[in-house]
Design a protein around this ligand. Structure first.
Ligand SMILES: [Zn+2]
Length: 257
């Protein structure tokens, strides 16, 4: 892959919107290209800055009422346009923003209400796993021990990767339940912190990662290869994003079959 191609794909890479082959190609390119890696780091910083919850603003009630009233937004007649010139300009501006900067919309969505309805349940499960000395049913840093342990206990095979090389050693795994499903919970460590990574099958093939903050915990949810993944921890968001990227990065660590 050449720099020009890589640059075109960096935003989509950041939003986890590339397919596996493109994603691997971009990752490989950045490993050998400091310039593109620096651009990516800049985008990631901007991405994070724009995602601050403090930037979220609820629209004024009058504006919300106009948008949610049936048939009214597009059907505004000349009289209402005269009465609401500021409103029309605001709507036009927001419309232009959405057209020209879909990434912004995505960022707003990320931290919007209900972005991840599972977040509360995931954090509760994470906290429970730490409190009840029931963090792990199988204690091993070896992915070749942890993965087979799940066989026969679940009707799917979780993806298990050791990420010790990038600072997230595998510690073990356990069976858990989320959203009415039996799930595999992999336990990783980040220094003294614990990261729980939940997996269960999805009817959807892929979806971009969604980051949610919940009472001091970060939850990142994505779908890949018809599998739901939810990572949760009290490590800072940057570290958890790094963990997710490392887990998704097939170039660095080939997935087990
Ligand atoms: Zn490059």
């Amino acid at each position: 892959m050449m720099c020009n191609d890589a640059r075109l794909l960096l935003h989509a890479y950041l939003d986890d919107e590339l397919d596996a082959a493109q994603s691997v190609a971009v990752t490989r390119h950045m490993h050998g290209c400091p310039a593109c890696a620096a651009s990516y780091a800049d985008y990631a910083r901007l991405h994070k800055a724009l995602a601050q919850p403090a930037l979220y603003r609820r629209a004024p009630d009058a504006l919300r009422a106009r948008w949610t009233a049936p048939g009214s937004p597009a059907a505004g007649n000349a009289r209402t346009r005269r009465r609401w010139p500021g409103l029309a300009m605001a709507a036009g501006f927001i419309g232009a923003l959405l057209l020209t900067a879909p990434a912004w919309f995505y960022l707003w969505q990320q931290h919007g209400i209900g972005a991840n309805p599972l977040a509360g349940e995931v954090v509760s499960s994470h906290v429970r796993s730490l409190q009840q000395q029931h963090l792990m049913d199988v204690v091993s840093t070896d992915q070749h021990t942890v993965k087979p342990w799940f066989e026969g206990k679940l009707d799917f095979s979780p993806r298990v990767k050791d990420l010790a090389g990038v600072g997230f050693p595998l510690a073990g795994g356990r069976l858990d339940a989320l959203d009415g499903h039996s799930v595999a919970a992999l336990v990783y460590k980040r220094r003294l912190h614990v990261i729980n990574l939940y997996q269960w099958p999805s009817t959807v093939t892929t979806s971009a990662a969604v980051v949610t903050q919940w009472h001091g915990y970060t939850v990142i949810r994505w779908i890949a290869g018809n599998m739901n993944y939810v990572a949760v921890s009290d490590v800072n968001e940057t570290d958890l994003r790094q963990f997710v990227l490392a887990f998704q990065d097939d170039a660095a660590t080939p997935p087990m079959r």
